[in-house]
Design a binder for this molecule. Structure first.
Ligand SMILES: Nc1nc2c(ncn2[C@@H]2O[C@H](COP(=O)(O)OP(=O)(O)OP(=O)(O)O)[C@@H](O)[C@H]2O)c(=O)[nH]1
Ligand SMILES: [Mg+2]
Length: 424
């Protein structure tokens, strides 16, 4: 099955600002390439202080790669972990005679393939067009050089202008479409919050197991895959937490370090949805050698959307893949509570539910209500939507005492069922 995958060279360039991260970039690029259904054949690493104009890389390196391609005719692409200009890309393609990609280009491609809903598709196209537009600006400079003397508009520049206009028109159309869809979604979201059900957002690095955990907690079947960015559209579904009652869990798009800014912008709104959450579960793949970096990325991203102060639980997932439970330093955890589990094997889920319950309980009020038997069914129904009944005790032939836990925001509705005097 995998034999049909195109094989290619990974080029990991370490720029001075990224010193020391090349191993991480290498693993990340490999994973991104695999997620795009391509196969890494060989990885070249190089340090570049000052990029060269023509090929970005020095002549020696360009030739070394050319020799490798000649000796390995199955090489069908080269991918860079950094951005190079469109002209450098073309020059290299001419010299190596294989397509040249960049990491950001591939990420846009993966997002384009994964988007399922109308909203997801529009966001991905918006991101891709913005990316193309940014590259066109580079192209414009290069074309204008061909365009003759100072002050004249060369033919290249005019062509670029037409392309740029086309992209801008399409961008405007897509933005309008997206706005319409988002207004619809906003209504649904408001309805959800109004109901007063606690919300728990599941966030984390891509491929950490967020959707797997979401499925376990909500007993549903969101798309799970051993690929990066399997989830693009946030999913929200109800689950049940003991002593709290119904809780809405929100599955989200995965984070990645150095996410292309175009994609980040497109999905910022999606991520901002989690700002309604009462609690965040940060899912981390403990079996990944880079889990500490992943955790940092999550914290940085939450800070970017100004959401780092929300109560959080760190969930170290895939514990089944490690021999020993590692010691986690407190600065790594940011002092948040943490626990270890396997979403796939469903071990540690009960402990997680207890921890969630502990964090959500302060949102709930304990009530002890004396109520007439005939009002009980109506009240029970309301409470089960908003919380949890702990006990029903007979008080008199007409009345019972109902002990329950209800979300604070829901108190007014319960009040409207009862007479205020009966409510303690
Ligand atoms: N061994 C093991 N594998 C797991 C566990 N949880 C999830 N996985 C696997 O990890 C892969 C990624 O899982 P997903 O749930 O799709 O991850 P995600 O975080 O939603 O990924 P994106 O949506 O791409 O960001 C899948 O192959 C899962 O089967 C676990 O506890 N143990
Ligand atoms: Mg997912």
């Amino acid at each position: 099955m995998n034999d049909a995958r195109a094989k290619g060279i990974l080029l990991v360039v370490e720029e001075p600002k990224d010193r020391g991260y090349s191993e991480f970039f290498k693993r990340e690029l490999e994973e991104i390439v695999r997620s795009a259904d391509l196969e890494p054949l060989y990885t070249f690493e190089c340090k570049v202080k000052n990029p060269f104009y023509r090929y970005y890389l020095g002549k020696g390196k360009v030739q070394e790669i050319k020799d490798f391609i000649l000796q390995n005719p199955s090489t069908s692409f080269v991918v860079f972990n950094i951005e190079i200009t469109p002209s450098q890309q073309r020059n290299l393609e001419d010299f190596w005679q294989v397509p040249v990609y960049t990491k950001n280009g591939i990420i846009h491609e993966i997002f384009a393939r994964r988007a399922r809903t109308a909203q997801g598709r529009i966001k991905v196209e918006l991101a891709r067009l913005r990316y193309e537009l940014s590259r066109l600006s580079g192209k414009g400079n290069e074309f204008s050089r061909l365009g003759g003397g100072i002050g004249t508009r060369g033919p290249g520049e005019q062509k670029i202008e037409v392309e740029r206009r086309k992209i801008k028109d399409r961008l405007a159309l897509l933005r309008r479409e997206l706005k319409k869809i988002q207004q619809r979604m906003e209504t649904q979201r408001v309805a959800r919050t109004k109901k007063g059900i606690p919300q728990v957002a599941i966030v984390g690095y891509t491929n950490a197991g967020k959707s797997t955990l979401f499925n376990v907690l909500t007993k549903s079947r969101a798309y799970v895959a051993d690929k990066m960015f399997a989830t693009l559209d946030p999913a929200a579904k109800k689950g049940y937490v003991p002593e709290v009652g119904e809780v809405v869990f929100i599955d989200t798009v995965g984070f990645i370090r150095n996410m292309p800014s175009t994609i980040k912008d497109a999905f910022r709104a999606t991520l901002e949805e989690i700002r309604e959450a009462d609690l965040v579960l940060e899912v981390v793949d403990i079996s990944d050698p880079d889990y500490v970096l992943h955790l940092q990325t999550i914290h940085e991203t939450l800070r970017e959307i100004n959401f780092h102060e929300c109560p959080q639980i760190i969930v170290f997932n895939k514990i089944d893949l490690v021999q020993e439970t590692p010691f986690i330093a407190s600065e790594t955890k940011n002092d948040y509570p943490c626990l270890f589990l396997s979403a796939k094997n469903r071990t540690g889920i009960e402990e997680l539910l207890n921890e969630i319950a502990m964090r959500l309980k302060p949102l709930m009020s304990h009530l002890s209500i004396e109520v007439a038997y005939e009002k009980l069914p109506l009240l029970e129904k309301e409470i089960y939507r908003q919380g949890y009944i702990k006990n029903i005790l007979p008080k008199s032939p007409q009345n019972v005492i109902l002990e329950c836990l209800v979300r604070k925001e829901a108190l007014s509705r319960i009040r409207s069922i009862l007479e205020p005097a009966q409510y303690h």
